[in-house]
Design a protein around this ligand. Sequence first.
Ligand code: FES
Length: 909
Amino acid sequence: MPAMVPGPTRYPVQPDRRNLLARAAGCTPGMRRLPRDPSESLDRSRAVTIVLDDRRLQAFAGDTVGSAMAVNGVAITGRSFKYHRPRGLRCMTGACSNCLVTVDGVPNVRACLTPVRDGMSVHRQNAWPSVDHDLLSIFNRFAFALPAGFYYKTFHRPRFLWPLVEPLIRRMAGLGRLPDRVIAQATDKVHLHSDVLVIGGGRAGLSAAAQSARAGKRTVLLEARPELGGRTRSSPAFSTTAQLTAETEAAGVQVFLGTPAIGGFEGGLIVAASEDRLLHIRPTEVIVATGSMEQVPVFANNDLPGIMTGEAVDRLLHLYRVLPGDRAVVIRYAPRAGETAAALTAAGAEVTIIDPATEVIESAVGRRWVQGVELRSPRGVRRLSCDLLVIGGLSVPAASLISQMGGQVAFDERRQTLSAAGLPDHVRLTGDVNGSSPAAAGPPPAYSPAGGKQFACVCMDVTKTEMEQAVIEGFDDIELLKRYTTFSMGPCQGKACLIGSVRLAAALTRRAVAPTGTPTNRPPWTPVSLEVLAAGSPTPRKETAIHDRHADAGAEFMWAGDWRRPHHYQDPREECRAVRERVGLIDVSSLGKFRIKGPQAVALLERLYPSRVGDLKIGRIRYAAMLNDQGVILDDGIICRLEPDEFFVTTTTGGTAGMEQWMRWWLADWGLDAQLLNMSGGYAAINVAGPRSREVVQRLTDLDMSAAALPYLAAARGLMAGVPALILRIGFVGELSYEIHLPSAFGEHAWDAIMEAGRGLGIAAFGLETQRVLRLEKQHIIVGQDTDALSTPYGAGLNWLVKLEKPDFLGRASLTDPDRETERLCGFTVESGDVPPEGASIVEDSRPVGRVCSSRWSGVQQGGIGMAWLPRSWVKDGRVFEIAFDTRRSTGKVHLAPFYDPDGTRLRS
Ligand code: FES
């Protein structure tokens, strides 16, 4: 029997010599390897050595890093996120975040699920100078300085403080550190289409999968752990696992081990991830067999190493043959806890079973690991000495994926657990996730009256005091409470704390649990590395038909969406001069190009664009922007009328695919008689711009290129360098210019011909950087750069585009009030000659009130120029304002007219 202490003592638990020695060594005394057993997953013929921090640990093949630590007496697996409290193995199922370690340089690896490899290097995380003697645990004593909503309240005044303090906080708080070098490993993305997907390889999942496969259905089974069998695998009934596994394999089920489903998405997509693979599965039917998750209730010191769930103890005993403690107190919330207690006794531990219906935990005792427990009953508080406190069978269904797939999950007051209240047609549940696990002995109290830290969320170190404080501050809605305190936002995503936190929230807000609700379940349900998320997603790389000519000319390339486009060929200032003074050419083949034809082509375009289209004459061009229902600018380009019922339409480079989808969708929805042909890949396009561009273009065609024959915003069709071409007189860079569209196969030929024709006129190729400077000098906008997801034509200064007299067009209903915008886009100059970076803030009394969206040095202005969103009342020529960037301030001045050729004389020449 354990020692019982009737009254207050000088020490909470009498220190014994073994504890003192263990304390010095940083390990706990009760952990040791047990004799061989048929249930074990070990290969004792293969010894394995791993290096933990600077210590060599002996283990067997089949051990995990967690079990190897336990068998070597390492009780502290790491330090906590905020208070640097010691953490130990808790669930052994990957459900909590207590055992996150760095393995071979990769941070945040779960020790309890990671098989050992000879020579593996393991480091415990988040401590300085060491996990066993962590000086940063001083934060544990300064909890008052780390209140709920810390990030919103602290170090923000004076303003210079936060940038200084933030890096320090980031270093001291922690969930691992990123490696200094990239640790590349081959990752892969696999697409699967199955008739049935079973999520969870426990007994229920295995049975369902085998049954489905035997019925002739293509069946896939996902299991998060490295082995099948779920709870049964680590119970006395372990042999049934082998039988079920064999049946599953014989039936032809495709099994993925160590591969948790991380999210359910629209269209029935389920995403799962292993260490090196991302699975996208589209099943016809989903069977959820995710079982239940054991939780630890809220009581004082409920985070101490040595406090474990019943399943953690079962796995240590049966799979890895590790005795986790030799004086155990088992809180028997469900009958299965009795089996755990029996297994502990059989392994030689001294066990005390507690019925939580008659006694509840007031607090755990100990500093570095549990050394005792205080229990409260109507008779008073008694204290038991122990080195293992087992919370046995306090389970909640693992139901997160159900709600992600569109089901309803709610708290069932009668059964005191989560329950699926509604399921999508293609989803079925089986096993414990259905709530079929034996009912708990009764819910534990929401918290304990004892002093000391009581953790609602162990991952994020959120205490009952912080939750209480947040509720007092008014954050009493469960979603707000979650965001303010960060409970359930850590690596376990609520697996280890959800119900405890919700019960606590209910108690603090004086509500029942059901109306308190649960926070929204979002993917990923299990953490996944960005590397795996990016698996198999090669960056598309598009090159125009003229790409090789640019490479031959020594162009520096840049990404423009998926395209590789020349940034510059020579000093951009030289390129600017060539365009402004002589003639330049740029490859604009990446623009989206569409032909729209049919009796109702006009009707289609009239509805798609806010501009008038019906009155556009044949051979004429109009600048146009496409809007969404809210009147927000989606894209821009030109509309050119080729025939009465045929139009040539361009879109931006990045908007091509989206705009095609958008136009086709509306065409189908409106049921208009028109056809849309995407010619983007089939046509190359070259823009020839500059005062001498007419001479160059005229040398290559018999068409009359004079201003009279082909004025600004006119189009001509004919041969250009011997190739059929469409020539548009438009000018993004603000000069006399011609945009020549011709079949891609002749792109290089046309480029060469233009270069040749311009040789004696000082022609020069120019890249995107030059184009951006020149267009900025004209204040021509770039959609996506100068506009965002809220920008309307009124805000962008494009009121003239909007023809409200038209009966209808997309966005019309949202644009009836031109004065509704509170911000306006306008040009500005910078007085000091600075060029503020794009994204810099416009500030008033140090508060941001606007932003710089484009900025460059302008040769024309001999200074910095840009476009910025400003409060509408500020948009007056000459109005000065303050621009903040880095630690500097500059003065900007509103400049409403274009910086270059404000009357458009050159454009129209
Ligand atoms: S002990 Fe490894 S995740 Fe809980």
